[in-house]
Design a protein around this ligand. Structure first.
Ligand SMILES: NC(=O)C1=CN([C@@H]2O[C@H](COP(=O)(O)OP(=O)(O)OC[C@H]3O[C@@H](n4cnc5c(N)ncnc54)[C@H](OP(=O)(O)O)[C@@H]3O)[C@@H](O)[C@H]2O)C=CC1
Ligand SMILES: CC(=O)C(=O)O
Ligand SMILES: [Mg+2]
Length: 676
């Protein structure tokens, strides 16, 4: 048996960690609890030495005798590491007591025999799924967090046992990026591009993020809407390796244990879905996992949150999607959705377990829950957890920003405009409420009054007071006095909105008649078709420009190409919460915020609106391009953090003086690190 004793001093461990990169364990280590105390002691005594970016807990686990890790798959590799570790310590002046290790006493041999009996085991014999414990050599190439492929330098190839495992050529990250973009551009089918990018993410994480950051406008439609929608629909067929954590009804009573199976301990942002309202595609059950994975990729690429600090989660409570239940490749529980107490209990267990495992400051972003759960979950947990509903709150902030920016083009103040929504769910009522709040704050008018400028249409028609008793709770504030109207066109004619917003999840509902009607009483109608993916957009960019005779100011949830109309090129903007949530989350993380407050949403929105400069207005754009998004996210983060400090909700003290600089300094960079 190989065992280690942690008899050396904290100083020597720190020195070791910063000088022996081969001792970084791979992600499969699960014996963390025994090293937490040691970590605390070491962190306290030598915090300033911890600048290497290595994972201290993982490295310590390697050294900890309590772990009782019986073996590793390649003893020779381990012995090599230990020898170098010994000499490192000796060089540093720490003597022989550093390591109590005798390779001769190891009960594992080397060679090519089936020493673990895995190959010869019969079906009813149990085998142990051994894993490499040292990211070096072959395991380093297989570790997406550290793999650099051909970009490993000659020296790194020597130091990390990579000789012969790679072809002789070396190349830069830039060249790798060029090659990959060439490859990706050759795929004609967006889903193939999605799969190629997923494969890259699992192979070489830094290269994946470098590609995404440097080519954000080209790749966003692949890793995000619209392609991610198709990926979720076909998730079972294209599923290769799990990318997040699946918590199903089977794990009831064991959710904390499931969370502990996740290899990373320092999680800052969780995006969680139960898959019931995936974009405008409905209930995709467990296959909704593509959404948390995609959103968190944007957290890293657009907002600079470290990938290891991001955790995608799908809660599988069944699905009511008959087609999926009958699909042989479906990856989720094959049962109808559970509701009521069983659902609430599982969610409650999840929320408690997250807090217990990751503490008070982990951000839980609810994503694509159906509205009958989404509002209740937000209401239930917003006072006890750091929770944020992207569809309700993130969308609200992004749309408010777009509308405020558009005022520069259409004129008037926010309170002088009249809003009509098609769709009165999470997005619709969330946006409506934030607009009403902003007007209320700006004009010092009660929000009950400012709501009267905003009208919503749902599947049954205009929301009016005579329907109040039968309305869901979140619709009731919008039940104004008016005679019933059962369709959008008549509602447009009666209300005469200056701003028309689609959040119904139903495509092609802004018909020619609707757009002509709204254009008949507005010089420049503001039309936002928010529903995703592209197939569900209330209208296309071309329809908006053509039917309004080039007068509409248009943005959509999923991207559309520029449109030429009457010899002029119109560039549609993308009104998507992706502008907000990465920077918003970063702001919460860097300030150590413990709760989300509506004023933080207003702060984020104001920051985004402020990024729209004259050059974009001239093109009719009401959002800045995504190519500037990291700078935009840093500003949003700074504004959100400033608000958190102002409200007394920030715990990271003292407050950094320059929050923009601080936010930028916290952002993850995907440029390769050099290994010792
Ligand atoms: N661009 C962005 O950033 C975002 C876009 N979205 C998109 O918005 C859409 C809606 O999302 P969300 O609000 O969460 O969904 P919800 O299910 O909460 O709300 C949908 C609303 O649309 C109404 N509706 C459905 N069909 C019709 C119809 N034929 N005519 C009129 N109203 C209809 C529903 O009416 P009823 O209540 O009567 O059933 C409901 O009020 C989705 O496509 C989603 O992708 C969402 C978040 C962000
Ligand atoms: C963008 C988004 O969050 C949605 O469509 O649900
Ligand atoms: Mg969403």
């Amino acid at each position: 048996m190989i065992s280690f004793k942690r008899t050396h001093s904290p100083k020597s461990i720190i020195s070791f960690i910063s000088t022996t990169s081969t001792c970084i364990l791979n992600k499969k280590v699960s014996h963390f609890s025994s090293v937490v105390a040691a970590q605390k002691q070491i962190t306290a005594s030598s915090a300033s030495s911890l600048t290497t970016g290595f994972d201290l807990q993982r490295s310590l686990c390697f050294l900890c005798c309590n772990c009782n890790r019986k073996s590793v798959a390649d003893p020779q590799l381990l012995i090599g590491s230990l020898r170098r570790m010994e000499s490192t310590f000796n060089e540093l002046g720490d003597k022989a007591s550093v390591l109590d290790f005798d390779p001769k006493s190891a009960d594992v041999g080397g060679g090519v025999e089936d020493i673990y009996g895995e190959d010869t085991a019969t079906e009813d014999q149990l085998v142990t799924p051994w894993t490499y414990s040292v990211a070096s050599g072959y395991s380093l190439l297989r570790d997406p967090q550290y793999n650099k492929g051909l970009a490993f330098t000659e020296k790194e190839r020597d130091t990390h046992y990579l000789r012969g495992l790679l072809p002789p050529a070396t190349c830069s990250q830039q060249l790798q990026e060029k090659k990959l973009m060439n490859n990706i551009r050759q795929y004609q089918v967006p889903l193939q591009k999605y799969m190629a990018l997923t494969e890259l993410q699992e192979r070489n994480e830094r290269l994946f993020y470098k590609l995404l950051i440097d080519n954000v406008e080209e790749l966003l439609p692949i890793v995000y809407t619209p392609t991610v929608g198709e990926a979720c629909q076909k998730f079972g067929s294209i599923f290769r390796r799990p990318q997040g954590l699946y918590i199903s009804l089977k794990e009831k009573g064991k959710v904390l244990e499931v969370l502990k199976n996740w290899p990373e301990r320092t999680v800052q942002v969780i995006v969680v879905t139960d898959g019931e309202r995936i974009l405008g595609l409905g209930d995709l059950g467990c296959q909704g996992m593509g959404i948390p994975v995609g959103k968190l990729a944007l957290y890293t690429a657009l907002g600079g949150v470290r990938p290891s600090a991001c955790l995608p989660i799908t809660i599988d409570v069944g699905t009511n999607n008959k087609q999926l239940l009958e699909d042989e490749f479906y990856i989720g529980l094959r049962q109808k959705r559970t509701t009521g107490k069983e659902y609430a209990d599982l969610l409650d267990e999840f929320m408690s377990a997250v807090k217990q495992n990751y503490g008070e400051k982990v951000l839980i972003q609810f994503e694509d829950f159906a509205n009958h759960n989404a509002f209740q979950l937000l209401e239930k947990y917003r006072r006890t957890h750091l929770v944020f509903n992207d569809d309700i709150q993130g969308t609200a902030a992004v749309v408010l920003a777009g509308v405020v920016a558009a005022l520069r083009l259409v004129g008037g103040s926010l309170s002088e405009h009249k809003f009509l929504f098609l769709g009165a769910g999470e997005a619709g009522t969330g946006i409506a409420e934030l607009i009403a709040l902003e007007i209320s704050k700006k004009t010092k008018t009660p929000v009950e009054e400012t709501r009267k400028k905003i009208w919503l249409v749902d599947s049954k028609g205009l929301i009016v007071s005579s329907r109040k008793d039968s309305l869901q709770q979140f619709k009731k504030p919008w039940a104004h006095e008016h005679e019933p109207i059962d369709n959008l066109l008549d509602a447009v004619k009666a209300i005469k909105p200056t701003v028309l917003i689609g959040s119904s999840g139903v495509g092609r509902t802004f018909t020619k008649e609707v757009i002509e009607a709204v254009s008949s009483f507005n010089e420049k109608p503001l039309i936002l078709a928010l529903s995703n993916p592209t197939s569900q957009s209330e209208c296309t960019a071309e329809e908006a420009y053509t039917w309004s005779k080039g007068r509409a100011i248009f943005a959509s949830g999923s991207p559309f190409d520029p449109v030429e109309y009457n010899g002029k090129v119109y560039v549609p903007g993308q009104s998507n919460n992706a502008y907000i949530f990465p920077g918003f989350g970063l702001g919460l993380v860097i300030s150590g915020a413990i709760r989300v407050h509506d004023d933080m949403l207003l702060a984020a929105s104001e920051s985004l609106a402020g990024e729209v400069t004259e050059e974009y207005f001239e093109k009719g754009l009401i959002y800045p391009p995504f190519s500037n998004i990291r700078k935009i996210s840093a500003h949003i983060a700074a504004n959100v953090a400033a608000k958190a400090y102002e409200l007394g909700l920030a715990t990271r003290l003292p407050r950094p003086e320059n929050l923009v600089k601080y936010a930028e300094s916290c952002m993850y960079s995907p440029v390769y690190r050099n290994y010792r």
